[in-house]
Design a protein around this ligand. Structure first.
Ligand SMILES: *[C@@H]1O[C@H](CO)[C@@H](O)[C@H](O)[C@H]1NC(C)=O
Ligand SMILES: *[C@@H]1O[C@H](CO)[C@@H](O)[C@H](O)[C@H]1NC(C)=O
Ligand SMILES: *[C@@H]1O[C@H](CO)[C@@H](O)[C@H](O)[C@H]1NC(C)=O
Ligand SMILES: *[C@@H]1O[C@H](CO)[C@@H](O)[C@H](O)[C@H]1NC(C)=O
Ligand SMILES: *[C@@H]1O[C@H](CO)[C@@H](O)[C@H](O)[C@H]1NC(C)=O
Ligand SMILES: *[C@@H]1O[C@H](CO)[C@@H](O)[C@H](O)[C@H]1NC(C)=O
Ligand SMILES: *[C@@H]1O[C@H](CO)[C@@H](O)[C@H](O)[C@H]1NC(C)=O
Ligand SMILES: *[C@@H]1O[C@H](CO)[C@@H](O)[C@H](O)[C@H]1NC(C)=O
Ligand SMILES: *[C@@H]1O[C@H](CO)[C@@H](O)[C@H](O)[C@H]1NC(C)=O
Length: 500
């Protein structure tokens, strides 16, 4: 039990919490005054556990009719801090926040939700939409259903909005008219200027077509430090992003090997790839296929991601070679959804030398396929050029959802998977009957099961851990509490990796 928990916790040792905007101003040269970090429904704001300051939302609200300021009746132990989650603003009808923003910069919009009971309002009754300057961020959104499906107490949704030329940003929350007694609520809103990190991306399989990413808003679906550890937002290179370990997403048993640049290699950023594109920790760690060219020729190093149907996605690959220095040493093919996105990728040929980062974007459209829509990313050695090594490398991976032609980014509410529900029932059963044995058995089953299996075992590990520790609350140390909440945050990535 202990060691299993340990694996989970070392994979996910930080939460989806936030951090200071001072980091941002350091790199992107925006001043704090361009950002809004709002604790909604709070009269005075406050400071979170990272020491970040949140201010009251009251002066940004256009009108105060049909809104209430409420406090959660219960503080879930997995909340990272009281601010911004314990207070909320409730909307009984359409309600708009207005902000004055820089007209030339893209904006991160991060929305925070803690579905709880507020003044006798049950968040199970809350369905609503959120629209930012014409872009639908959420629709028929149930924070309660989403959090339940993710077995997570709170949710953070990250969007990148195209520059607001008028300089006036409105975010409107509207309760659904399809559900009787519905209301909307929000606990925290962040609006942070960012440099434009997006370019047009070639559509895989249609080399003559590209997706107009620069004129689109996006939602962050996945952000992985491949072959490395989680990077908390405070350690990002200025854009307060969280980068996750990639291992939960690897498909099958062939997981390759991880490596880290030794201290003699320095990562050299350039005007093509400035430091804000990704932090040094992303480029100085990597996953490759392994030492045996025979083994490598016979498998694909593959990652699988759950996504929403009917959207275009941009898959961004981050590369930095720190083991090879010459062209045609390590050459490989890149597949996205089983189609060749890039034949004969050679990182040194792209970058010019070792230690120089590059990134490549490929777009893919995901249509409906029975509720199990996925993005497959795979690497395989390219043998046609007879490179010195039959191997492949990847340092980082990001997946963004692109708004559709009507400016929509919202997907349906997730359903708790049958697998999760069954796992939950069985974990509880085996825990009460045979202690940790049931847990170990499931771990064994996972190795064969691949990525989906990992989500399963993580869920079970979490449930069992919670059960055991429920009785030990009083004696818990602060670091154990951290473990709990970090595991929780991991669920948005694991159980429902789309982070919906
Ligand atoms: C940051 O902004 C200030 C004032 O706008 C400008 O003088 C300075 O050159 C900028 N620094 C960088 C690194 O862009
Ligand atoms: C909220 O509503 C759900 C579904 O109707 C119900 O299961 C739950 O017990 C309610 N919670 C509270 C605190 O009343
Ligand atoms: C974005 O749209 C504008 C007009 O709608 C167009 O002029 C511009 O070229 C577009 N930008 C890109 C990168 O396609
Ligand atoms: C974050 O950065 C600090 C300072 O550079 C470093 O000490 C710490 O180990 C880093 N943490 C992680 C998780 O990378
Ligand atoms: C996806 O598009 C198809 C065809 O337009 C439609 O039938 C289906 O309902 C859509 N699915 C979702 C989840 O929006
Ligand atoms: C890719 O191919 C594998 C089998 O090789 C299949 O299981 C999977 O569903 C395919 N993925 C997509 C997105 O088509
Ligand atoms: C690797 O993936 C590609 C694209 O799905 C597929 O055609 C190929 O057969 C796979 N190779 C191996 C060894 O699995
Ligand atoms: C995203 O929305 C904008 C504005 O509605 C639109 O111009 C753009 O074409 C959309 N992007 C895509 C890929 O459809
Ligand atoms: C809203 O979401 C709920 C729960 O996911 C679903 O049952 C319902 O059909 C949705 N309603 C609409 C109008 O999409």
């Amino acid at each position: 039990m202990k060691s299993n928990s340990h694996i989970l916790f070392s994979l996910f040792f930080f939460s989806l919490t936030l951090n200071t905007i001072h980091v941002l101003s350091k790199v992107s040269n925006t001043s704090d005054s361009d950002s809004y970090i709002l604790s909604c429904g709070s009269s005075s704001g406050g400071t979170d556990s990272d020491g970040r300051k949140w201010i009251s939302d009251s002066k940004f609200a256009a009108s105060s009719k049909n809104t209430a300021i409420v406090t959660a009746q219960y503080q879930d132990p997995s909340l990272p801090s009281q601010v911004p989650y314990m207070s909320a603003r409730i909307f009984k009808s359409e309600y708009t926040y207005k902000f004055s923003v820089s007209p030339k910069k893209r904006l991160w919009i991060r929305l925070h939700f803690y579905p709880s009971t507020y003044s006798n309002l049950n968040s199970s009754d809350s369905y609503f939409s959120a629209v930012a300057n014409g872009f639908t961020l959420l629709n028929n959104f149930s924070a309660s259903i989403t959090a339940k499906a993710l077995t997570q107490a709170y949710l953070v949704k990250e969007f990148s909005l195209i520059p607001v030329q008028s300089g006036s940003l409105s975010i409107t929350f509207t309760p659904s008219s399809k559900h009787a007694g519905s209301f909307a609520f929000v606990n925290g809103i962040e609006i942070i200027p960012m440099p434009d990190i997006f370019q047009p991306a070639t559509l895989v399989g249609f080399s003559d077509q590209s997706v107009d990413v620069q004129n689109s808003s996006l939602q962050t679906m996945f952000r992985l430090n491949v072959g490395g550890q989680n990077i908390p937002a405070t350690n990002d290179s200025g854009l307060t992003r969280i980068w996750y370990d990639d291992s939960p997403y690897i498909y099958g048993a062939a997981i390759g090997i991880t490596s880290q640049a030794d201290s003699s290699v320095s990562i050299q950023y350039s005007s093509d790839v400035p430091e804000y594109v990704a932090p040094i920790n992303v480029y100085s760690t990597a996953r490759s296929m392994g030492p045996s060219s025979e083994v490598n020729q016979n498998y694909n190093l593959t990652w699988v991601f759950q996504v929403d149907a009917n959207f275009t996605y941009v898959v961004r690959f981050h590369f930095c070679e720190f083991q090879e220095a010459k062209i045609n040493q390590r050459v490989f093919d890149i597949y996205v959804n089983n189609q060749t996105a890039q034949p004969s990728a050679d990182v040194i040929a792209w970058a010019g030398s070792s230690g120089v980062p590059v990134y490549k974007d490929y777009a893919t459209y995901v249509s409906e396929s029975g509720g199990d829509e996925q993005i497959w990313v795979a690497l395989h050695p390219s043998v046609s050029l007879k490179p010195e090594f039959y191997d492949a490398i990847l340092n980082g991976l990001e997946i963004f959802k692109v708004n559709d032609s009507s400016g929509n980014l919202a997907g349906p509410n997730p359903e708790p998977s049958a697998m999760l529900l069954q796992a939950e029932a069985e974990a509880v059963k085996s825990f009460s009957s045979s202690g940790s044995n049931g847990h170990v058995l499931v771990i064994g089953g996972v190795v064969a099961g691949g990525a989906a299996g990992f989500a399963l075992v993580a869920a079970i590990g979490f449930i069992v851990y919670r059960k055991i520790h429920a009785n030990e609350m009083d004696s818990k140390t602060a670091s154990e509490d951290m473990d709990d909440l970090n595991t929780n945050a991991a669920f948005s990535q694991l159980v429902n990796p789309s982070g919906r």
